[in-house]
Design a protein around this ligand. Structure first.
Ligand code: NDP
Length: 329
């Protein structure tokens, strides 16, 4: 039996190309659970893995797709039976292991979580790794004392995947969200998601000149990193926290330690890839509860496997709005 997959191949000169191909079940990697994939999605990392790999892909030919949702087809893991609806994010699937850009995937049972009650497989992938990580970031901020009465919460890279979901969740929880975007044309979209005000990217783009500016933000979900994160640290309120999620604007952090020392600011690292099972289940349950499904729907851009090479390049340019949902069938 054969199935469709987006396969990335690399030629002898090191150049990669991604095409939709029919491949046999015998080519699937090892794993206890074979899943008939319904949907996958597009994250920043997928953009890297569809293209030259960004150092993430180890072996070619490769099937990218760092997340998927579908139904178990066969299982040697007693926790999963044929027909069970499941979700996968992380564990380097789609990077070191073949991923979700295919009608079939084979993975370790430990990497799966049951589809949370109240979500369809399509909605789970509208959330995807980006949205799951946004939820983890909000939970981490809450664990460090953030409550809606403390003041405005900043979301950077707001029109992207992490930023869109973070904006919608925070607004639903009663926070006043200030959404940073470099795309003014997304203002209506961000307001629909619940943003209370739009902050132009240019206002935070300059590198730190003064280590402390006025205390403005009670919390921050940061998908951008780089100079913007450095600026934001100096604008946090006393003992407020920033959840560092991404590096869409750069990996370097041209900051000073002054906000940590004089304002007790916390910089919280968010990793979604190796999160233990219990954390994953808690985060998905919170998503099902705290992310309004009409706002999630407003984020969705539908796509098929053959759209992915173009969309992969677009997400690396910061040109994808919201969440791409890939119907692999
Ligand atoms: P997207 O491309 O969807 O969103 C990133 C957004 O950042 C863009 O939409 C844009 O928003 C903004 N942006 C892009 N380039 C720049 C720039 N040069 N300067 C300032 N802002 C910029 O990506 P995702 O939401 O999928 O991922 C966001 C980041 O989070 C990535 O770095 C990704 O690797 C990381 N990530 C980390 C995870 C973890 O486990 N820690 C898990 C998932 C993602 P706008 O147009 O609104 O300005």
């Amino acid at each position: 039996m054969e199935f469709n997959a987006l396969v990335v191949e690399r030629d002898e000169g090191g150049k990669t190309a991604a095409t939709v191909q029919q491949i046999g079940m015998d080519r699937l990697p090892e794993g206890e659970v074979t899943v008939a994939v319904d949907y996958s999605t597009l994250n920043y990392k997928d953009g890297l893995c569809i293209g030259p790999g960004g150092g993430l892909v180890r072996n070619y030919p490769h099937v990218p797709g760092i997340d998927f949702a579908g139904r178990v087809e066969s299982s040697a893991d007693p926790r999963y039976a044929p027909g069970d609806a499941v979700v996968l994010t992380g564990w380097r699937v789609g990077e070191a292991h073949w991923g979700g850009y295919a009608q079939k995937a084979r993975v370790r049972g430990d990497w799966l979580v049951p589809l949370p009650k109240g979500l369809t497989t399509r909605q789970a992938m509208a959330v995807g790794t980006a949205g799951f990580t946004a939820m983890l970031a909000v939970m981490e901020l809450e664990d460090h004392g953030l409550t809606p009465d403390k003041g405005e919460v900043l979301v950077t890279g707001a029109a992207g995947g992490v930023g869109s979901v973070a904006t919608a969740i925070l607004a639903h929880l009663g926070y006043s969200v200030a959404a940073v975007t470099g795309r003014p044309e997304t203002a209506d979209y961000l307001t629909t998601l619940g943003a209370a005000r739009i902050v132009p990217r240019a206002e935070l783009a300059e590198t730190v000149k003064r280590p402390l500016e006025s205390e403005t933000w009670a919390g921050c979900v940061d998908a951008v990193g780089g100079a913007m994160l450095a600026r934001v640290l100096g604008q946090m309120k006393y003992r407020a926290s920033v959840a560092a999620v991404g590096l869409a604007g750069g990996a370097a952090l041209p900051a000073t330690v002054v906000p940590f020392l004089l304002r007790g600011v916390n910089l919280l690292g968010i990793d979604s890839v190796l999160r233990p099972y219990g954390d994953r289940v808690r985060a998905w349950d919170r998503i099902a509860r705290d992310l309004p499904m009409d706002r999630l729907e407003a984020m969705i851009q539908p796509a098929t496997l053959s759209d992915l090479p173009e969309l992969g390049a677009a997400i690396l340019q910061g040109a994808v709005k919201g969440r791409v949902v890939v119907d692999v069938n």
